[in-house]
Design a binder for this molecule. Sequence first.
Ligand code: NAP
Length: 690
Amino acid sequence: MGFFDKLKSAFTKTATSLAHEIQRIVTRSPKLTAQSVEELEAALLAADLGLPMTQQILAAVRKAFETQGKSGLDFVDIAIAEVERSLGGMNPDLTARPDGVTVVSMVGVNGTGKTTTCAKLAKRMAERGEPALLAACDTFRAAAIEQLQLWGSRLEIPVIAGAYQADPAAVAHDAVVAAQARNARWLFIDTAGRLHTKHNLMQELQKVHRVVDRKLPGAPHEVLLVLDGSTGMNAMVQAREFHKAVKLTGLVITKLDGTSKGGAVVAIQRELGIPVKFIGVGEQADDLQAFNARAFAEELFTAKDCTRIPDGCMTPDARFMGQALGLARRAYGRTSPNPMVGAVLVREGQVIGRGWHHRAGLPHAEVEALADAARRGHPVAGATIYVTLEPCCTQGRTPPCTEALIRAGVSRVVVAAVDPNPRHAGHGLELLRRAGMTVESGVLEAESLRLNEAFNHWIVHRTPWVTAKSAMTLDGKIATASGESKWITGPESRAQAHRLRLGADAVLVGVETVLADDPGLTVRSQPGFRAPARLPLKRRIILDTRARTPLGCRLVCDEARASTMVVVGASADPERVAALRERVTVVQAPERDHRIDLNWLLPELGRLGVVSLLVEGGGTVLAALFEAGWVHRTAFFYAPRILGGDASRRAVAGQGFRSLAEAPTLSEVESRRFGDDLFITARVVVPPRP
Ligand SMILES: NC(=O)c1ccc[n+]([C@@H]2O[C@H](COP(=O)([O-])OP(=O)(O)OC[C@H]3O[C@@H](n4cnc5c(N)ncnc54)[C@H](OP(=O)(O)O)[C@@H]3O)[C@@H](O)[C@H]2O)c1
């Protein structure tokens, strides 16, 4: 699909309703009446064109009626001319400074496609022969750094990245230095989209800009706000806020899909006078295009055939990728240390094969889908395959999938995310391209990255992705002063807790929880959750510096005891250690402040193949992990109860953080109800150490 076709598709919904509505009004009443003007005004406002633009169009229409005798059927032409006039006449592209580096700061809230846009613009410049560099300054989200690094390796654009939680301004400073040293012509800075408060975000952006300006006077030369085109008037609110704090020089509108409210683009430009420079109409690197006011205005007002986008709002690629993601999820909890992957084979719009990776050692999703198509008697030559992860190109436990796809004659490969392993990223796609296939990536990328967040982390850092789970009262208590904790939350929450265990490679608790609750920590069927029959080994880990774990407790005596690992300190009583060792695995760890040294343990667990670790408490252990910065995700259940009391146990105990600035915050917060309980899961953002 060419750019203009994509633009047409993008506008289908808005344009269809706006154009049809206009047509309905003007054919019924070709002469302009008070009622038809009112109706036209309502239609334009409903398409998010904003009051000033709406009034401008209506004034022009009235004038044309009165002075040139135009009829209602000319309304669309007049409206297009007015919108073009309002949007046009500005330099749509970026212009490099005559010499040296041109610094472009990309700002916007999370989820607008800012990181992806940075990479696409860098690619655009590199293709023009103007070397570009990327700076990963959204250091508040590990995922943003990883995503930019993936794009960088895929597009062969160098990325300057600081550590997760590093000072964004320092990373920007280093990036300017690197860009100058490497004679780059462009530097695109990806900035944070959300901090603890909006005020913080704006201050942080201003600081980044100040530091960059100090290093290279006049920089950043462009400040582009990335807006999600499907959010309508929300985009306007964001544009106002950002423009107030950091002077914007241009807009990039992304996600112009079937649900687009393209009118808002016009309203923003009209109110703030900021030119729209680029427009993203798809997931591919080439889908970011310089803005064309005439084409945009025409598409906004011209009626389309709605049937081209199935489901009204999803492109066919996204729809089939959605199915592939659903297949991938079927193996939840079974694929480690491999990721969950799904694949759908499509020929002439029909699904001819489905597959997913069942578990490590078994065939990959692509091979399963090919086998499924063969079983059902469908020829595969010329088909498109939708895979949630880049096909592997190296011999592992199974042969490379790229070979299987080439051999089968698949002609197009669409992937959601590239292989997160930096050593492989993009190589599989390159091989397929070289074999003559059409290859596209980035379709439902965010969903794929979320699905395999644990694997994506482990494959890069080799330490487990840690989820802190706790079940508490609304006032944050996990047990009474006497240690009673069964059951604070309801059965629906407990079913979800078992689902979380299923998704983890290991569950960890502190020895006090073992002493108080004698937990089993296995994945068991509950009302509302059926545990799968055969599961790979899930480790059960106890932090127990002094080897106090009772020899008669369930974790040491039950049928699953082969999966129990007691981590004792170097100073633990040798006799107690020996007694435990007769029954379960015992690991002797270095101590730090008379407790297990977590900075030793976490990398060790990663080395043992623990990709995802669920920490189930109690409060002392959770506090230690939070304080050491090892927690990546929270999974907190809140029951509608109040326990109160200084002596009752807290969900996160320990010393606590001394100031708000040092305390971790949460991003990408998602909440759900389980029965009467509230479940909140989010990514943990640890502030940089001073
Ligand atoms: N509602 C819930 O979700 C939930 C979940 C779990 C527990 N609970 C309740 O919580 C209570 C237990 O919590 P708790 O806070 O007292 O204890 P805990 O967190 O279960 O265990 C803490 C103990 O772990 C050991 N440990 C070893 N290395 C450690 C390290 N690096 N950092 C921290 N601890 C380390 C320490 O004992 P050593 O020094 O002897 O090694 C420490 O005292 C129980 O009443 C239980 O019922 C409730």
